[in-house]
Design a protein around this ligand. Structure first.
Ligand SMILES: [Zn+2]
Ligand SMILES: [Zn+2]
Length: 367
């Protein structure tokens, strides 16, 4: 079938919108007509080679849309069903079997292999030349995406499907770090470094938790204002303030938990230094490949936990479903982060993301 996709031809190359061919769904496959796909920095990282993905190919991993065809053996999802395209997992490795699909041992292959887990690519050029597909199991910068039945999440009635794709990555990552990883104790404090999509999702999730002190740190006054409106009890502009000292002043000592959503190495250190005895620093933001960081040895011995998290940990399906319900209830208003762009203007969306003009650009396939 002929579809329209934003193709990246080469490393650092632009997104070129053109027609490509997509397969019919094979066994276990689900073909989705995409309504909208968020742009996430991980798409940019893949285009620039810091996350390996064979090019030419189609990126995009925050898609949502409507099922238009299913392959053999697919049960539980039908044509006409609105779905969020969740992260893939193999379902068979040790971590998947243990209930930790975000840490599937075949994750690298699943997100960046450029093809089905045990098969070929679903995409090719109109001349029949190979194109990589299945980026994060979807490649959804396109009017249609091939994914697997096991990774789609049904959308409840009453939600605009074109808005929901970012729930699968950026929003789940920030919210899951709070709800699955930190699990704030009643009356605890949490500091969030970086008020982009991930950090603001963390703030909104913390607002739905038992944490009573929620601090957002950023360098953009507009993002800090937004953080306050979404649930931060305090904000720190790190442009001219030492955030570690400011956190100590607000909390009357170190914070109980810190979330590092920037991937900027000096900020990683600030996040670790913001928590004290028995505190937890969660590393979320992506730094360049090969990056290293140092910590203070003595204060780390004080029962401190430094841990990483991918995609919000836990079960993506359960988390995404919960976030959709919270959104319906007005308790997770992530639509305030979103601005829509038509597929033809995908490069403008990328620029708006990098400049910070838009927190979460979403490419709307219907224009
Ligand atoms: Zn697995
Ligand atoms: Zn992402």
């Amino acid at each position: 079938m002929r579809i329209t996709a934003a193709v990246v031809e080469e490393l650092h190359g632009p997104f070129v919108v053109r027609e490509v061919e997509i397969d019919e769904p094979g066994p276990g496959d689900v073909l989705v007509e995409v309504a909208g796909t968020g742009f996430c920095h991980t798409d940019g990282i893949a285009r620039d080679g810091d996350l390996p993905f064979p090019l030419p190919g189609v990126l995009g991993h925050e898609g949502a849309g409507t099922v238009v065809a299913v392959g053999d053996g697919v049960t539980g999802v039908q044509e006409g069903q609105a779905v969020v395209l969740g992260w893939p997992s193999c379902g068979a490795c040790r971590n998947c079997v243990a209930g930790q699909p975000r840490y599937c041992l075949r994750m690298g292959e699943l997100v960046g292999g450029g093809h089905r887990l045990d098969g070929g690519s679903a995409l090719r050029t109109t001349d029949g030349a190979p194109l990589s597909s299945h980026f994060f199991g979807q490649s959804s910068f396109a009017t249609h995406a091939m994914t697997t039945a096991s990774s789609v999440v049904p959308v409840p009635a009453g939600l605009p499907v074109e808005l929901l794709g970012p729930l699968a990555c950026g929003l789940a990552t920030g919210a899951g770090a709070v709800l699955n990883t930190v699990r704030p104790e009643p009356g605890s404090s949490i500091v969030v470094y970086g008020a982009g999509t991930v950090g603001l999702a963390a703030v909104m999730a913390a607002r739905n938790s038992a944490a009573t002190t929620i601090i957002a740190v950023d360098r953009h006054a507009s993002r800090l204002r937004l953080a306050s409106e979404l649930g931060a009890t305090h904000t720190i502009d790190a442009t001219d303030t030492d955030p570690v000292q400011a956190v100590t002043d607000i909390c009357g000592g170190p914070a109980d938990a810190a979330l590092e959503c920037t991937g900027v190495l000096p900020v990683v250190r600030q996040a670790v230094d913001s928590v004290g005895m028995l505190g937890t620093a969660v590393l979320i933001g992506g730094a360049p490949a090969g990056a290293e960081f140092t910590v203070d040895h003595l204060t780390t011995l004080w029962g401190k936990t430094i841990r990483g998290t991918l995609g919000g940990s836990g079960h993506g399906q359960a988390l995404i479903t919960a976030l959709m319900d919270l959104h319906l209830q007005g308790r997770f208003p992530f639509d305030r982060l979103v601005e829509f762009f038509p597929l033809e203007r995908i490069e403008d969306a990328v620029e708006a993301s990098y400049s910070g003009a838009v927190v979460k650009p979403v490419i709307r396939m219907g224009g």
